[in-house]
Ligand binder design. Structure first.
Ligand code: FE2
Length: 425
């Protein structure tokens, strides 16, 4: 007797299979499993995927849009300045409540693992206290990984380095940084050496807000690749954003990409936020603010999609749906070939999981029993529709259900209902 049986779903690779679950693990994946189960989800014709993963988010700032006021210029720098006010005005409890509200949305969308940067700038470290509490509160259904993020600069902010170390001592598990916000290029490079050494000493992973600027001279990714190589951190380092690469000279990029590949660095572009923030100083043509996604993938560099922000000082929209992120990324990176569209789905599931080092992820025997049933036939249709999550299972338990996206029609001579899936050909 199994605890849960997900029957007849289509897996992302196109196989049709039942998934049997016992406790918090997948016990079997095979066509037509005959055994009984306490609970059955009928998924024939629906896509069954491992859960969505967001490898780049700011949970301490989420759902604060308009506090203390809106970002009038729409720039990264005004966002940083507004957040600098808000983090001293808001309480730990308010941050916890906003983050938990966001996690409810995430759970309902099948987003079950999140890597969140946590601002370690202020001496009170209320942000860290709040996010450690949230990590515990959601542990039963969302895996929350925290990055110590010196938002105002490791060296530029008073006590920046000391507070980052305090956050790591409190239990934050990834080392973050923001070299392009330090006072000089040299200070940025020095911060990367320091941060990578801290990570190497403590056996931690690294995730850097790297070159989130339109300045083609912002080349901190080169230093990050060098330090990763020097300290043997291959496979444990992420370059987030990398938007300056959009504006760099092609000749220089032809040297840079092999260095990133050799260092085993993964890239996390955040297309929703950067299509909004970048290019604000351009007239026309305006740059897109996205790094070179397909070019990195062609070099074998792992590239995922991150969400970054929902309703906060940097981004005024957002839904906790990683398919929104994939949809925007697909457009801005012009990933229109069917293989590229399918890859965008993989990026917000398996690739993101691999990049942040999730254990026991996937739809195979022995994996953690977390999955999502989507009202779509295949991954490309899922990206097109961003459809209802019919059922979300986390660690063996059904934690959310949604209705299908059918509409009732009242049109002479036409069917009474319409469904957004494409007709079969
Ligand atoms: Fe970010």
């Amino acid at each position: 007797m199994f605890d849960l049986l997900v029957k007849g779903g289509t897996l992302p690779d196109g196989r049709v299979a039942d998934i049997a679950i016992k406790g918090d693990r997948i016990a079997e994946v095979a066509p037509n499993i005959a055994a009984e189960a306490r609970e059955v989800i009928e998924a024939a014709g629906d896509l069954v995927s491992p859960p969505f993963v967001d490898p780049h988010f700011h949970l301490d700032a989420t759902l604060s849009y308009g506090l203390p006021r809106v970002n009038a210029s729409g720039t990264l720098l005004e966002g940083i300045s507004l957040w600098g006010e808000l983090r001293d005005l808001t309480t730990v409890d308010e941050m916890v409540q906003r983050a938990l509200h966001y996690c409810d949305w995430a759970a309902s969308m099948g987003l079950l693992a999140i890597r969140s940067h946590v601002d370690t700038t202020p001496d009170h470290l209320n942000t860290v206290t709040a996010m450690l509490e949230v990590r515990e509160k959601v542990r039963g259904y969302i895996d929350l990984q925290l990055v110590a993020f010196p938002q105002d600069g490791l060296y530029r902010a008073p006590n920046g380095r000391e507070n980052l170390m305090r956050a790591l001592d409190m239990g934050v598990e990834v080392v973050g940084g923001i070299p392009h916000f330090e006072r000089t290029m040299q200070a940025g490079a020095d911060s990367l050496r320091d941060l990578c050494e801290i990570a190497a000493d403590r056996g931690l992973r690294v995730d850097i807000h790297c070159d989130e600027t339109d300045d083609p001279q912002s080349r901190h990714i080169e230093t990050l690749a060098y330090e990763t190589q020097r300290l043997g951190l291959q496979g444990r380092v992420v370059g987030s954003h990398l938007t300056s690469m959009h504006s760099m000279d092609n000749y220089y990029v032809s040297k840079l990409l092999p260095l990133i590949a050799e260092a085993g660095i993964a890239a996390i572009p955040n297309p929703l936020i950067n299509i909004m923030l970048q290019g604000r100083h351009d007239s026309f043509p305006k740059r897109r603010g996205l790094t070179r996604v397909k070019e990195m993938q062609a070099m074998g560099i792992p590239v995922g999609w991150g969400q970054d922000c929902v309703l906060d000082p940097w981004y005024s929209l957002g839904t906790a749906d990683m398919l929104d992120v994939a949809f925007m990324g697909l457009h801005v990176a012009q990933m229109s070939h069917p293989d590229e569209m399918a890859r965008c789905f993989t990026m917000v599931t398996r690739t993101n999981a691999q990049i942040i080092g999730l254990q026991d992820y996937g739809l195979h025997k022995g994996a953690l029993a977390s999955l999502v049933v989507l009202d779509a036939s295949n991954p490309v249709e899922a990206v097109r529709l961003r459809p209802a999550r019919l059922a979300v299972v986390s660690k063996g338990k059904v934690i959310a259900r949604s209705a299908r996206g059918d509409a009732t029609l009242n049109l002479p001579g036409r069917p009474q209902t319409t469904h957004r899936r494409a007709p079969k050909r």
